[in-house]
Ligand binder design. Structure first.
Ligand code: GRF
Length: 179
């Protein structure tokens, strides 16, 4: 089973759901994340783990890890999840946490990757899927796809459409139950 962590719109979660991958649980750090609506519409269990309700980030992550395990989660997918994960969480899912990021990592980590690539004047950017460690968009790469920056007006849309194809592909490869 797959658990997905989200903070925002959830279009990548939607791509996983549309691909009929076995998503059993969706967790967010933000109650208002639209991704939670998408999950509920698909009949998937949701929960919000706000930092405000916990002593610290490590405690929040442990409670979240337990909830995911209770939902049979074997692979954790970060799909627009905007917090770093702590060591206690990662130790519960060794080599089983992945993230999608809109750049050719290690170039342009962080929350503004597409704007940063545009500002840097590169000709090509792309999409990366990688294993997650404690760092910011660091960890071993699993898959990358290049996206030309021009035409700039459609770059965001083209990157998202690559994401929505690449993430389900990688998840299917990593999740034996989904093949
Ligand atoms: C995506 O661009 C993803 O690569 C990045 O955050 C964005 C999330 O979009 N990590 P969505 O919430 O899946 O629509």
């Amino acid at each position: 089973m797959i658990g997905v962590l989200v903070s925002g719109n959830g279009s990548n979660l939607q791509a996983l759901l549309d691909a009929a991958l076995p998503v059993s649980a969706v967790a967010s750090n933000r109650m208002g994340a639209y991704a939670l609506v998408r999950a509920r519409d698909a009949g998937v269990s949701t929960a919000t783990f706000s930092l405000d309700c916990h002593a610290d980030r490590a405690e929040r992550d442990l409670v979240m890890a337990t909830w995911l395990e209770e939902h049979g989660v074997e692979l954790v997918v970060l799909a627009g999840y905007m917090h770093l994960l702590t060591t206690p969480f990662l130790q519960r899912f060794p080599d089983r946490v992945i993230n999608i990021h809109p750049s050719l990592l290690p170039a342009f980590p962080g929350a503004r990757a597409i704007d940063d690539a545009l500002a840097a004047g590169v000709e090509t950017t792309g999409v990366s899927v990688h294993y997650v460690d404690e760092g910011l968009d660091s960890g071993p790469l699993i898959a990358q796809e290049h996206v030309p920056v021009e035409p700039r007006a459609t770059l965001v849309e083209r990157i998202h459409s690559v994401e929505h194809r690449l993430l389900p592909q990688v998840v299917r490869d990593l999740c034996p139950a989904a093949r």
